[in-house]
Design a protein around this ligand. Structure first.
Ligand code: MG
Length: 268
């Protein structure tokens, strides 16, 4: 009988929960960037939007809505384009299999749209992917249109926040559980969509060479680096086995950054 918390990932009373971003973290490329760059307004404008968000000139919500509004292809064509082009981190499947065997729920927290994420997971991970909870933004038909026609869809956001999907809203109820049942919480991410999650978990895995690393350094958020789910799996196994503590792992990131090992130039 699981702890009666009403929280979906607590059903099996896990000792660990792995929350993760989807795009650029589970997948090798960001599917929304791929759509924006290839069938929307293009890479230069998209990158400027990311920078504006990172530097606080724009909210993620506004810049992301702009990107999605620049895409007019019918939604089923967008899904097909992504299923044909987006690849999964080659080690994610192994991690996910291990997590299933060890009662470590994997919860996807994404700023992408749920139907796209589920289609990609099902194509790339197979039927077991249904065991992953997905919390994300969604899609709706524009007034008087259908999502399967040209210019027919728009993104709908998870909540009212400037993030569009404030990932801390999902994380915090777990973080606030009573100590006796509160699981150790992991989070993995790579970019601007993870800023709302970065401060909420016990160990943050930030992808080497990506925007989230610079943000963590600037905001003094402890993190550990990862290159692929192979490094995430190795470190998570060590922590689950008690060979490394979450605290020690969380100190490593900044030290690696200072040593020039984070795939980014340390600021003077
Ligand atoms: Mg991402």
């Amino acid at each position: 009988m699981g702890a009666q918390t009403g929280l979906p990932a607590m059903r099996t009373s896990p000792k660990f929960i792995f929350f993760t971003d989807f795009d650029g973290t589970i997948t090798l490329q960001d599917s929304n960037d791929f759509m924006t760059d290839n069938i929307g307004y293009g890479q230069a404008k998209r990158r400027q939007g990311n920078i504006d968000t990172l530097e606080g000139r724009s909210t993620f919500r506004d810049s992301f809505k702009d990107m999605m509004d620049s895409i007019s292809k019918p939604y089923p064509e967008c899904i097909k384009l992504l299923v044909d082009n987006i690849k999964l981190d080659p080690h994610f499947k192994e991690f996910f299999q291990w997590s299933l065997e060890n009662n470590i729920p994997v919860v996807v927290l994404s700023s992408g749209m749920e139907p796209i994420i589920k289609a990609l997971l099902s194509a790339l991970v197979g039927p077991d992917s249904e065991k992953m909870q997905v919390v994300a933004n969604n899609v709706a038909a524009r007034p008087g249109k259908r999502i399967d026609e040209e210019g027919g869809w728009e993104i709908t956001f998870h909540d009212e926040s400037g993030f569009g999907h404030d990932k801390s809203l999902t994380l915090r109820p777990y973080a606030e559980l009573p100590e006796e049942i509160r699981p150790t919480m992991f989070y993995a991410g790579d970019g601007v969509s993870d800023l709302s999650a970065a401060k909420e978990t016990d160990l943050l895995f930030a992808k080497k060479g990506h925007d989230l690393v610079s943000y963590c350094v600037r905001e003094n958020i402890p993190f550990t680096l990862f290159e692929s789910w192979q490094s995430i799996l190795a470190k998570t196994k060590d922590i689950v086995a008690g060979k490394t503590s979450v605290k020690d792992a969380a100190r490593e990131g900044y030290e690696q950054y200072k040593a020039g090992e984070a795939g980014l130039k340390p600021e003077a």
